[in-house]
Design a protein around this ligand. Structure first.
Ligand code: ITT
Length: 196
């Protein structure tokens, strides 16, 4: 079947992620989990980004014959021993982007080293095959949020080599540099080499 006729179902509830994935996997029809499963909320109880991505992908694959793709991603801050890490989306008690960012800035008070990286683990399941790829983007955390694009920690993250936060950049530029892009490019190469 030609690549452009292929459907991939993504194990996410995050609209921002879906948009980013659609911009990268051009030529594929990208459908959200909610079109196949009501209230898709797998228990992300893994100890790593890849374990959680695998949990999400396997949970969705039970309901879907199409290839499924799952992303688990987050921010790791070096001087905080990798916090918030796999807890990135539920770092603060409220769990909103705003409260998570506020907690991060508080935790970094007095720390000289503000270097950080975004991490993404992508898992693709096609039939019996499970493909797992990681992507990273390094940068630093600034002192107060800037910009309105993107989501999560984008307003406080400046990637190395730039002066704008991810939230100040055009979404297309963030999407060129991002951890998700890097992981997805590797997945895309595998997909293109596949004869399914
Ligand atoms: P799904 O599990 O439904 O995919 P989620 O938002 O809960 O959606 P994760 O469990 O992968 O996704 O948590 C990712 C969190 O990490 C996300 O909520 C943000 O706080 C942060 N994050 C991940 N990628 C990011 C990005 O590109 N920009 C900013 N923050 C990001």
């Amino acid at each position: 079947m030609p690549l452009e006729n292929r459907v991939i179902v993504v194990a996410t509830n995050n609209e921002h992620k879906l948009r980013e994935i659609r911009e990268i996997l051009i030529g594929f029809e990208i459908l959200p989990a909610k079109e196949f499963v009501k209230d898709f909320k797998p228990n992300e109880a893994g100890n790593s980004f890849c374990e959680n991505a695998l949990i999400k992908a396997r949970a969705l694959k039970k309901y879907v014959d199409y290839p499924v793709l799952a992303d688990d991603s987050g921010l790791e801050v070096f001087s905080l021993n990798g916090e918030p890490g796999i807890y990135s989306s539920r770092y603060s008690a409220e769990g909103t982007d705003r409260a998570n960012v506020e907690k991060l800035l508080n935790r970094l008070k007095g720390k000289k080293d503000r270097s950080a990286r975004f991490v993404c683990c992508m898992v693709l399941i096609v039939g019996e095959r499970v493909i797992q790829k990681e992507g990273y983007v390094h940068g630093r955390i600034i002192y107060a949020p800037r910009g309105n694009n993107g989501f999560g920690y984008d307003p406080v993250f400046i990637p190395d080599g730039f002066e704008l936060t991810f939230a100040e950049m055009e979404p297309s530029l963030k999407n060129k540099l991002s951890h998700r892009r890097k992981a997805l490019e590797k997945i895309k190469a595998e997909l293109e080499a596949m004869d399914v």
